[in-house]
Write a protein that binds this ligand. Sequence first.
Ligand SMILES: [Zn+2]
Length: 159
Amino acid sequence: MTVKRRNHGKNRKGRGSVPFVRCTNCSRAVPKDKCVRRMLVRNMIESAGQRDIIEASVYDVFVIPKMYIKLTYCISCALHARVVRARPAKDRKNREPPRRPRRRRDDDNKKKPYGTQNNEAAESAIAAALAAKAAAATATEGAAEAVTETAAAEAPVEA
Ligand SMILES: [Zn+2]
């Protein structure tokens, strides 16, 4: 009988069976060694809202955490969502990870060791926000001092 894939689309590595996981999209039970896994790293707050949050925060330095989401797809959903695609017969045996044109910023982050990976845009936004905050603080202090001076100057007159 013809067999479409030598490994039947799975990667059991000598195990008889492998527990199933649920598809993120349709909840289908799909063997863990067969599912299409993708790691999704996303900022907890979208870039538009980051600035507002930083400005409203009482902490001077606070790095907004990221969400690390592991997505598991069944084959049907992976194909439907174009996570993976059918390839021409001659390319099917190619096991190299696909080379994707990625944005430069992402590439830069990849080169840095774990823990130092920070979004440059976010960093600059934070810096700008901090500068604005500091300026605002100075302005408020100046105003407060001015008020105190005025009060001091007025006080003797009243007395
Ligand atoms: Zn599915």
